[in-house]
Design a protein around this ligand. Structure first.
Ligand code: G6P
Length: 608
């Protein structure tokens, strides 16, 4: 989605802004722009449809200014074009504005401004903001007052940064539903929509809350609310390494992140497996044993891969803790006026911690008095702050749009939660110890699976030649099959459909034939015979089958197979998902897709 970066200090702003925008490229965008100002006055602006590299090439040598704002745009209002790119200016070219989010009453405001004689040069909702700020600046003592007055007229979501040619000593930023993070440097300050744009320059950051604004100057910052009340903010330290934002010799971020999973899982587990009491230590849940026992149900909410990892989590919680658990897409949840129960524990899942639909679901639950925990990767993100407690994944930054290591670390975090809840309920110490040992074995077993990359790549290149693929699994294998299908369609654009293997005969078996191969997730559990029978039915209709499981099947069930090491049955789904990530990645490579930035998708969807 759109990205924002801002700089103010003693240095030339443009190279810093362009570097920051390059770091935000992974979020997905179609155009980019920068504006700078300095002591000599006036705004300088370059913006273009296309990549950040095209923008950098178009920035002239004399593009000097020590304060500036930059933006990568993902078109919402109006097509991708130079004119619709951000920053947007007012008519007098005094103010420059960059904006993430959607102004819902933009049409109405535009009509009003036009009736007052304002001439618009773009189709965007953001341009409205630039003209509104200019209109209010006439009676405002300070830039901050003009921005507040303009925002008071706006309905919608925004993260914005505003540059004023007459006030080159400051940049004003504001957040409402779309993230803004301040970065504190040495006699310089930064702001961005995502910490990845800042880590090269500083680790000290301040996350704005919804409804909060900030003035950033070279020597510091101040924060305040929409009604001008000053707020107090404590900086936090980002512990992600700058190197995490490079492909580090890999062809793509996606394969780098797949390969990082042993270390990511080790970090998710670190300090949390308590072998002595055969349980998990999760201090961040903020639940004592009595409270943990009191919940009768668990409801898990997330979008995309986060939702599928929630399905895996629900399965784990039901199996280990025997608490009824269910996952639901966060994007649907709040629209059905959900019943919020006092004895249900709600868990929101999000890699970015900024997905708007998930955040809105959390807010709806809280508004109705429910208790929500977060399973989140990004420390300090909006969802993490909104929740009553939770578990951080510590998977490290995930840059590729398709989620892999965050998915796996989320599943591991759910195994820890399930173990913890299990042990305050009826899970025996012996079973607890079994799960502890299983968890500790995961990183090494993931390494074993990754070592099969070469043979999986060969299979992927063959299977990618089909127009579509069916993914099947049952019970423990079902969320794995769903995520496998999701991964394949996201990155390779091969149509993929997931069905419970048991449902095949109730409809989709009609599709099966030589042209539609099936990927079957078949763990060695009590359903293995039933799964093999289904595979036999597929083979009888000349459907090609690739089985992912623990024991090589008779060729009458599957032509191809990928074997993974066996863990405990409850934890096996975590491992069974890894080959499907490699399959999707290599299918995308074979088809020469834009692996890390699939068409039409964005890494974090901060609008509805
Ligand atoms: C977007 C991405 C998906 C991701 C989903 C949830 O749709 O394209 O890959 O799974 O958002 O993201 P989150 O950051 O909340 O986990």
């Amino acid at each position: 989605m759109c990205g924002i970066v801002a700089y103010i200090g003693g240095k030339d702003a443009a190279p810093i802004l362009l570097e920051g925008l390059a770091r935000l490229e992974y979020r997905g965008y179609d155009s980019a722009g920068v504006a700078v100002t300095g002591k000599t006055g006036g705004l300088k602006l370059v913006k273009k449809k296309g990549r950040v590299a095209d923008l950098a090439a178009a920035v002239p040598a004399r593009f000097k200014g020590t304060a500036g704002i930059g933006h990568t745009r993902w078109a919402t209002h109006g097509e991708p074009s130079d004119a619709n790119s951000h920053p947007h200016l007012d008519t007098a070219q005094r103010f420059a504005v960059v904006h993430n989010g959607i102004i819902e009453n933009a049409e109405e405001l535009r009509a009003k401004l036009e009736s007052e004689g304002v001439v618009f040069v773009s189709e965007t909702d953001t341009e409205v903001l630039a003209h509104l700020i200019a209109a209010h600046a006439k009676d405002a003592a300070e830039l901050e007052d003009a921005v507040r007055a303009a925002l008071a007229r706006v309905v919608g979501t925004y993260g914005i940064a505003v540059l004023d040619a007459e006030r080159p000593d400051r940049i004003v930023v504001a957040r409402n539903g779309s993230p803004i993070v301040l970065g504190i440097g040495e006699k310089e300050m930064f702001a961005a929509s995502d910490v990845s744009a800042l880590v090269r320059y500083t680790r000290q950051v301040v996350h704005l809350d919804d409804g909060e604004l900030a003035t950033v100057r070279a020597d510091g910052f101040s924060t305040f609310t929409q009604d001008a009340r000053v707020t107090a903010k404590q900086p936090s330290t980002v512990d992600w390494e700058e190197a995490s934002y490079d492909t580090a010799g890999h062809a793509h971020f996606l394969i780098k992140e797949i390969s990082e999973q042993p270390a990511a899982v080790e970090r998710t587990l670190s300090g949390r497996v308590d072998e002595r009491f055969a349980t998990a230590h999760l201090g961040g849940l903020n639940l004592d044993a009595r409270e943990a026992r009191a919940f009768r149900r668990v409801k898990i909410l997330g979008c995309g891969s986060a939702y599928y990892s929630g399905e895996l989590g629900a399965q784990l919680i039901e199996e280990l803790a025997r608490i009824p658990a269910h996952a639901e897409p966060a994007s649907e949840f709040r629209y059905r006026n959900p019943v919020i129960e006092a004895d249900t524990l709600y868990i929101a899942v999000s890699q970015s911690g900024e997905t708007y639909d998930t955040l809105a679901a959390v807010q709806e639950i809280k508004r109705k008095g429910g208790r929500v925990l977060g399973v989140v990767n990004t420390v300090g993100s909006a969802i993490a702050r909104e929740c009553d407690g939770g578990v951080y994944l510590h998977a490290g930054p995930e840059i590729s749009v398709a989620s892999t290591k965050a998915f796996t670390s989320t599943a591991v975090a759910f195994a820890l939660i399930a173990l913890h809840f299990g042990r305050v309920h009826d899970l025996s110490p012996a079973d607890g110890r079994r799960i502890c040992a299983g968890l500790k074995a995961l990183p090494g077993q993931i390494r074993e699976i990754l070592a099969q990359e070469g043979s999986i790549a060969k299979l992927a290149a063959e299977y990618a030649q089909n127009a579509g693929m069916m993914f099947v699994g049952r019970v423990r294998g079902w969320p794995v099959a769903r995520e496998g299908a999701q991964k394949l369609k996201e990155v390779s654009y091969v149509h993929a459909e997931a069905y419970p293997a048991s449902e095949l005969k109730h409809g989709p078996l009609a599709l099966i034939g030589p042209e539609l191969p099936t990927v079957a997730v078949v763990p060695d559990d009590e359903l293995v015979e039933k799964n093999l029978t289904t595979l036999g039915e597929i083979r009888a209709r000349h459907g090609r089958v690739l089985m992912v499981g623990h024991t090589a099947p008779d060729p009458k069930y599957a032509e191809d197979c990928i074997l993974v090491p066996k863990n405990e049955p409850e934890l096996d789904p975590i491992l069974l998902g890894i080959p499907l990530q490699l399959l999707a990645y290599h299918a995308a490579v074979a088809l020469e897709r834009d692996v890390d930035k699939p068409r039409n998708l964005a890494k974090s969807v901060t609008v509805e």
